[in-house]
Design a protein around this ligand. Structure first.
Ligand SMILES: CC(C)(COP(=O)(O)OP(=O)(O)OC[C@H]1O[C@@H](n2cnc3c(N)ncnc32)[C@H](O)[C@@H]1OP(=O)(O)O)[C@@H](O)C(=O)NCCC(=O)NCCS
Length: 143
């Protein structure tokens, strides 16, 4: 599988709530044991959402909040380490730039810090816990 075969789509919560929820349920709730009440929040309605497809099958999601926070990056386990996360992140950075967002940030699970560093994000501050998972804030200037 080449990342060239992956299509990235931009959407909103109203139009694709079911497919977005299905991927996030697999990755965060079932795989990482994130509680339901933390997974779904008030920002889903107002965020720009993204999903990736391989031959019409949805295999990844992410969202961009209006304040520049990238989150809910989730690639189905069997499709990881093939460049899909990188392709999705590049796409989101391009969309953020087109919205004149000059800096993006995210709460990186500490295991994902090397992935985001490879894409120019810089970790800031102390480790904190969300859903019992250690995180750090990471920033990237994009304009
Ligand atoms: C973190 C996550 C989004 C990364 O997505 P991904 O599709 O695996 O990302 P990529 O394949 O672009 O890169 C991941 C690694 O695979 C490696 N890789 C990329 N293509 C590869 C290939 N063809 N063969 C082998 N390794 C490859 C990269 O070098 C990269 O290494 P790094 O982690 O040291 O930076 C994904 O692991 C995920 O969804 N995890 C579960 C949910 C999660 O933790 N989300 C993040 C919350 S902060």
């Amino acid at each position: 599988m080449s990342p060239d075969n992956i299509k990235i789509h931009t959407t909103n919560w109203q139009d694709h709530k079911e497919v977005l929820s299905e991927i996030r349920r697999h990755v965060f709730i079932e795989e990482q044991n994130v509680p339901e009440e933390l997974e779904w929040d008030e920002y889903d309605e107002s965020s720009t959402h993204f999903f990736a497809t391989l031959e019409h099958q949805v295999i990844a999601t992410a969202r961009l909040k209006s304040d520049g926070q990238i989150g809910r990056m989730a690639i189905l386990a069997e499709y990881r380490k093939q460049g899909i996360g990188s392709k999705l992140l590049h796409f989101i950075l391009h969309i953020a730039a087109s919205k004149n967002i000059d800096q993006v940030y995210l709460h990186a699970q500490t295991t994902a810090i090397p992935f985001y560093e490879r894409h120019g994000f810089i970790a800031q501050g102390e480790i904190f816990y969300e859903a019992n998972i250690p995180h750090r804030v990471m920033l990237k200037k994009i304009c």
